[in-house]
Ligand binder design. Structure first.
Ligand code: SIN
Length: 524
């Protein structure tokens, strides 16, 4: 196996959901040469693409201070105030300037003169901009279309980031050890020819999204296995708050639905949760009922499922909606119809699913991580905005704001000297006898990781369950590492290595934090 040609660029961005795409757009406008890679076959495929609810702005009777209070109340008070200030004060302007004026995103309107503001749990005002129930898809497609017009942006699909390139770790020069550790790009696997190329860049932005697909049941696409957290951890960047995994209360319960999300905006339009025998129950748990904080609603559903020995509860929109359901939620309507459920007439069977990681690579207000040259934006990062639990529909906004800020910072600190060449850096090591990968082994390892995480490090944790998860994952990790060293280079093997590492990061963080807070709930 020969090494593929290396690439040098001014800025490498790994991932192109809203965070990566907005970073790419800002950098492109400032004239930097940008390479954006994604492991997916098309650049549009990302967590952003599936976001239904919307993006936080400010509604009619709203104020940044009110948004700030809602974010901090939902986050259980451990949010980073400076980051919350930035999101609350700058968010609306960035939405107006980039999404509305520049990209011309056609947000839904309540009248010809007014945008429509949706309601979600934890918000004291209606303030969520949306495009019916396909907000993320519309935004993502527009971003990619616009990026394709920039000749200084190269979009590489079907390219999997294997590891960050760091000096001195990957340097051939022993003198490099005297210098500050620095990220200088990434080893990237071209999935078509199975070769690893070195992409060199003085600045690398991780925008790889979240890790909820390390759980058996998730609202995320199966690719959300936390590549960015794993690579950043191995490279030595600081990672925090990984125990705060948010579970979305309502994903569609159906064998073939793959965690399809029933957006919180459905509850925002009045839908009520009911047990299988038709009783509402949220009034017994929280005075805000269905619009209480997401972690509380999730735990209430979990408890009701256990009490009634059922695998799901119902979400009843048909009996309560004052809107035209088909018009407001066309995607949810169509998808449910496909599975034999008419949401205009009957309740929807739902179950909680892993949804969002509130922790990640800790970054400052410009997206800078603790490792020189490495930035992180969007879900993979921890700006501190979300604290212990994320307020609904703040994630697209956080990605947009920090994506833009990171590239503004990079553009104003860019030094065109390219410090590293191939001759300084180790080539990717391929084992002499590359073993063919056996999909049965990979599938079984994933099943073990995912069920361990769901059962032992999931919605309700106990010390015993977490200790058991740790033991099982440690053993599995050992086997996967061996497998990785001997196997033929393949995205599936790389993904498994990333995934097991992230599962460990979550589990270790949960063990080390005995205090239940927000999305981390530990029963004593
Ligand atoms: C939803 O539409 O319920 C998801 C919104 C979010 O997670 O922010």
């Amino acid at each position: 196996m020969v090494k593929d040609k290396s690439i040098s660029t001014d800025l490498l961005i790994i991932g192109c959901g809203i965070a990566g795409a907005s970073a790419a757009l800002e950098a492109a406008k400032s004239g930097l040469r940008v390479v954006v890679i994604t492991k997916n076959l098309t650049p549009e495929e990302s967590n952003t693409f599936y976001a239904q609810g919307g993006i936080v702005s400010l509604g009619h009777d709203d104020h940044p201070e009110l948004l700030k209070e809602d974010i901090i109340e939902t986050g259980d008070g451990i949010n980073y105030p400076e980051a919350v200030e930035i999101l609350s004060n700058e968010g609306k302007k960035i939405v107006d300037d980039i999404l509305i004026k520049e990209l011309k995103i056609p947000f839904s309107r309540s009248s010809p003169d007014s945008l429509d503001y949706a309601q979600e749990a934890g918000h004291s005002r209606r303030r969520i901009l949306h495009i019916k129930d396909t907000t993320g898809k519309t935004i993502e497609e527009k971003f990619i279309k616009v990026l394709k017009n920039y000749s200084n942006v190269t979009l590489l699909s079907d390219h999997t980031a294997v590891d960050l390139l760091t000096v001195p770790h990957h340097s051939k020069n022993p003198v490099a050890y005297y210098k500050e550790t620095q990220c200088i790009g990434a080893y990237v696997l071209d999935n078509q020819n199975k070769k690893v190329k070195n992409i060199y860049s003085p600045f690398t932005i991780l925008a790889t999204g979240g890790c909820s697909a390390v759980y058996l049941y998730t609202s995320n696409p199966q690719g959300a296995i936390g590549d960015g957290y794993a690579m950043a951890y191995r490279a030595g960047a600081r990672i925090v708050n990984m125990e705060y995994i948010q579970f979305h209360p309502t994903s569609l319960f159906h064998r073939d639905a793959d965690g399809f999300l029933i957006s919180e905006t459905v509850r925002g339009e009045g839908a009520r949760l009911k047990t299988k025998d038709g009783q509402t129950f949220m009034e017994n748990y929280n005075e805000k009922r269905e619009l209480g904080p997401r972690d509380e609603v999730t735990r209430a559903i979990y408890e009701e499922m256990i009490n009634s020995n059922s695998n799901y509860v119902f979400l009843d929109l048909a009996s309560y909606a004052k809107i035209d359901i088909k018009k407001r939620f066309p995607n949810i309507y169509q998808t449910c119809i496909k599975y034999g459920i008419d949401i205009t007439k009957e309740p929807i069977p739902v179950v909680p699913a892993a949804h969002y990681c509130c922790g990640g690579v800790i970054v400052d207000i410009w997206g800078k991580s603790s490792l020189k040259g490495l930035f992180a934006v969007g879900e993979v990062s921890c700006t501190g905005v979300h604290g212990a639990n994320r307020l609904a529909s703040t994630s697209l906004l956080e990605g947009l704001v920090w994506g833009t800020r990171a590239s503004k910072y990079i553009a104003s600190h860019f030094d065109p000297g390219a410090p590293y060449r191939d001759s300084d850096i180790h080539e990717w090591y391929y084992p002499e006898k590359e073993e063919e990968i056996d999909p049965a082994l990979i599938n079984q390892d994933w099943l073990s990781v995912r069920s361990t995480m769901w059962n032992y490090a999931g919605i309700i944790r106990t010390r015993k369950r977490l200790e058991r998860a740790k033991a099982d994952l440690d053993y599995l990790r050992h086997r996967i590492e061996k497998f990785y060293k001997e196997a033929r280079m393949d995205a599936k093997v790389v993904g498994l290595k990333h995934g097991i590492q992230v599962a460990q990061l979550i589990t270790y963080a949960a063990i080390n934090n005995p205090e239940s807070r927000g999305a981390h709930f530990i029963k004593t």
